[in-house]
Ligand binder design. Sequence first.
Ligand code: SF4
Ligand code: SF4
Ligand code: SF4
Ligand code: FES
Length: 345
Amino acid sequence: MSTIKLFIDGKEVEVERGTTILKAAGQAGVRIPTLCHHPDLEPYGGCRLCIVKVEGMRGMPPSCITEVAEGMKVTTEDDEILAARRTVLRLLLADHTYDCLRCRANLDCELQKLTEELGVREHGLIPVLRESTIDESNPLFVRDMNRCVRCARCIRTCQEIIGLGAIDFLGRGHAVEVGPFANQPIAESICESCGECVVHCPTGALSFREQPPRPDRKETVICPYCGTGCSIELHVRRDRVVAASGDRHSEVNRGLLCLKGRFGSFPYLHDPERLTRPLVRKRGELVECDWDEALDLVAQKFRQHRGEAFAAFSSAKVANEDNYLMQKFSREVQGSNSVDHCARL
Ligand code: SF4
Ligand code: SF4
Ligand code: SF4
Ligand code: FES
């Protein structure tokens, strides 16, 4: 891979050809504020908060979509750039339900953080009244388009990462908002409720209904639901698992989770009805027993039911080796080729 040299705020930097100015600045330890950019997604260039100056180039190009060139001289911050960024931010705020104290994203909002970073407390403009969609049809997350900054991170997440395209921009001009086809309730759309768009939304426009307390630690485990083997971070607060998120360091899922991993991988852990001991049926009733008794009963039933009377159904949760042994046991010991596996469903 060939490299090129450029200057960022007077400092010489060497990066791979094709790198964006934003990425090159990051490699040089220079922070440029962003909003529509997300490292999981393709460069987009929608919000214009990451503008910089490049010697010899007209205007202020967005650094997240502008590629570096040999000898390029980039200025990432001066009074003019800051003023332009503040104007962009004020325009976004004027078009936004700006009541952070009542917002689910309060203290965890990229827009809010940018107002602090750029010193914009008030937008100072006549607010634009919006009566956009508030969609509470999904049992797991809420969509409040009055808090949307139209960064398209959710749309791009659903298209680029999930490969579904359940949501897109709807309408025109000032009235544009994000939603499923014909702005139907999201619960009636093709959305699979994976929650990835919520994770990638920088504001309170998309928020999970459950707002778990901040964890005191995180434990990394493998999702128990299927054979993909996604790595999950369980958020633990006072020895109780309160939430799950994708492990960004995992080569398998790179931080992503599906509906089952995100919402279903932990609530049963503390369920009072969770089975922790085996049950056997005695006189029509399921009663608790110890493992020896349960396994003896299974072995006895295996001896009684061989050949066509026996079938084995295995699970994607176990290792390939376990599944291999299961089918071998069924064919060689029980004399039955009736073998199946939940991954086929
Ligand atoms: S989305 Fe962010 S900036 Fe907007 S009201 Fe919520 S916390 Fe405040
Ligand atoms: S929850 Fe998942 S499937 Fe539904 S819109 Fe968001 S990213 Fe797309
Ligand atoms: S819903 Fe969130 S991610 Fe989607 S465009 Fe609006 S602010 Fe961006
Ligand atoms: S972060 Fe570059 S244009 Fe939005």
